[in-house]
Ligand binder design. Sequence first.
Ligand code: DI6
Ligand code: FE
Length: 391
Amino acid sequence: MQRDAPVPYGLIEDAAIAVEGDRIAWIGRRQDLPKNVEANCNRHHDARGALVTPGLIDCHTHLVYGGDRAHEFELRLGGASYEDIARAGGGIASTVKATRAASEAELLAQSLPRLRALMGEGVTTIEIKSGYGLSLEHEAKTLRVARTLAEQEPVDVRTTFLGAHALPPEFAGRADDYIDEVLAMLPALHEQGLVDAVDAFCERIAFSTAQTERVFEAARKLGLPVKLHAEQLSDSGGAQLAARYGALSCDHLEWLGEEGAAAMARAGSVAVLLPGAFYFLRDTRVPPITMLREHGVPMAVSTDCNPGSSPCTSLLLMLNMACTLFRLTPQEALAGATRNAAQALGLKDRGVLSPGLRADFVLWDVEQPAQLSYAMGSNPRRQTVHGGRPA
Ligand code: DI6
Ligand code: FE
């Protein structure tokens, strides 16, 4: 797919891609392949009719965590709500306990299968948030595990500091003091090279807009981009706030209002849609897709891979759910896991197949792109190429 291509998906029939190092050197119709490009090529691969897309980008995950929350799933099925469980000291807090208790090696071992499952479906870039450590020691541990995953596997990892995810038990009733702590953690983690972006959970069960703004101010001072978990359970004005700080993205957005959408459009923030969380929490309020389209807000689609609201390691299933539950077109869904997902991470070197960009792509055994979001639970991936190398 190429940027601004007039045909659906920017599809090129009978295409050729030339790769040099980790970059795309040339892409177009095979018959147009320049003679010198062909002559300089020392290895040819016949894609044998495969559909080739950019490597998939999962731009919102909480993939590194300890334990699971299957028991809370049972409680919810028995009638308890996600918010009830959170208020009773479960929810995110129970994952914080398990994550703190896990050693770095244990955390890595628990996270690796989740990463491999996503990579098995063609993910070449993934964002991983902290937010289950909630202290300098454990946030650093989480972010180091995220970095180690990228060293061990052929995948790019972007790390996001989500210190303002929930109130840790030792700060119960002292949310502002905990924000002071978050503000102290951020520069220390940044100094260790562990932070690519900063996120917060702005919600009535988490942090207020005033508290979120303090975090954003601190990020701005360090020159770090921000993102926000906004309007997931209520409209708290988080999107407008995030837009004022030029947020890369606002994520969830079930309760987003018109002013929020307009602010996002002005700021160039991406709307990251998380149909897994919507589905798993049996939400009924769909994010305002038509409004986002009308305002020209780019939409991304991601797994939100986390133990509480979206224990999901299939980005292809999310493409399907983005279409069935949120009524995205398959073309919008695919752009949501490629081009717009790259934008949500502030990455300009990937997400589309264009000369000069990273040679991250996937060969699929499908006839047409809509099959990627059409089928549930199938995985037509034949081969992934990450940075010009078979992965
Ligand atoms: N919103 C979410 O959906 C995840 N975090 C957040 O801020 C859920 C986190 C969890 O329940 O463990
Ligand atoms: Fe999330």
